[in-house]
Design a binder for this molecule. Structure first.
Ligand code: AMP
Length: 281
């Protein structure tokens, strides 16, 4: 694996590979890597000649300063995991490389209503930060395919929309959620949980499963209420949202959309750590 810290050196190297007609797969991350990230790397290895991973804890997507400061950094282990999973290139840029004009001069992306619902409602400005960093990373890496996890489903929909407008030739490939054996969705933030909270946190996924299994026999409102109750009774301190939505639009399910592909999404706090999860219904 080759590690690049500057845009110029990375681009120079990637241009040489492109001239040899090699295809480039790109996996952007914020580090503290786990099996979820590695499943994206593996997918890229399967379909592209060269796999580029970036690690950049993007300051502009954190609406909560404390969350940014506490975000886990495990770079030595990340390099080991990438190396042992045959990643070709690691891009480790500084804030200046990504935001040459400074982090206060963000581009505005037209994300529409998706910016203000679910994650957007509870994390104002988050998706503008996400769009800015991915827009810039795509400009630098110029990959054939971008790999994104379904764990951040709303982010995936928003980035697909942004890319239709600005990077329509780049393919977007979504990868399924990697989970712990108890069902907990893998997340860098899980590192901040005690062992007992990691066990308890599995209730988030179990509650979404409960909705999935009972959708044909009970009302959505009743199921969401029961899911909320069991999450709060089993170790979570606060719920931001649990919603059943049209998976294409993320709008609440209605009589007209109940036969479409639906998704249940949740965000909740345990030990002051905010976890998200979703499940197709
Ligand atoms: P992050 O480092 O959290 O910004 O995530 C980088 C990429 O990995 C995003 O596309 C995430 O959706 C994806 N990802 C994170 N956790 C998982 C997981 N448990 N399963 C699949 N993809 C994931």
């Amino acid at each position: 694996m080759i590690l690049f810290k500057t845009t110029a050196t990375l681009q120079h190297y990637l241009n040489k590979l492109r001239n040899k007609s090699l295809t480039i797969g790109f996996v952007p991350t914020m580090g503290a890597l786990h099996e979820g990230h590695l499943s994206l790397i593996k997918e890229s290895r399967k379909t592209c000649n060269i796999t580029v991973c970036s690690i950049f804890v993007n300051p502009t997507q954190f609406n909560d300063k404390k969350d940014f400061e506490k975000y886990p950094v495990t770079i030595e282990n990340d390099i080991f995991l990438l190396e042992t999973n045959n990643t070709n290139i690691l891009f480790l840029p500084s804030v200046n490389e990504i935001y040459p004009g400074g982090i206060n001069k963000l581009q505005h992306f037209d994300i529409g209503y998706l910016e203000n619902i679910q994650e957007g409602k509870y994390r104002p400005g988050h998706f503008q930060g996400v769009c800015n960093v991915v827009f810039r990373l795509l400009e630098i890496v110029n990959p054939n395919t971008l790999f994104l996890g379904r764990k951040d489903y709303q982010q995936y929909l928003i980035l697909k929309k942004m890319m239709q407008q600005f990077y329509s030739t780049v393919n977007v490939q979504a990868v399924d959620i990697a989970r712990e054996s108890n069902g907990l969705a893998m997340s860098s933030r899980n590192m901040r949980l005690s062992n007992s909270a990691r066990e308890k946190a599995a209730i988030l996924n179990k509650a979404l499963h409960f909705i999935q299994q009972n959708l044909s026999v009970r009302s959505v409102d009743e199921l969401v209420q029961k899911a909320k109750d069991s999450i709060l009774e089993n170790g979570f301190d606060e719920i931001n949202y649990i919603e059943v939505c049209d998976a294409e639009t993320l709008l609440p399910v209605t009589n007209e959309t109940k036969h479409k592909q639906l998704i249940a999404l949740a965000a909740a706090f345990i030990e002051e750590v905010r976890l998200i999860d979703n499940i197709m219904l």
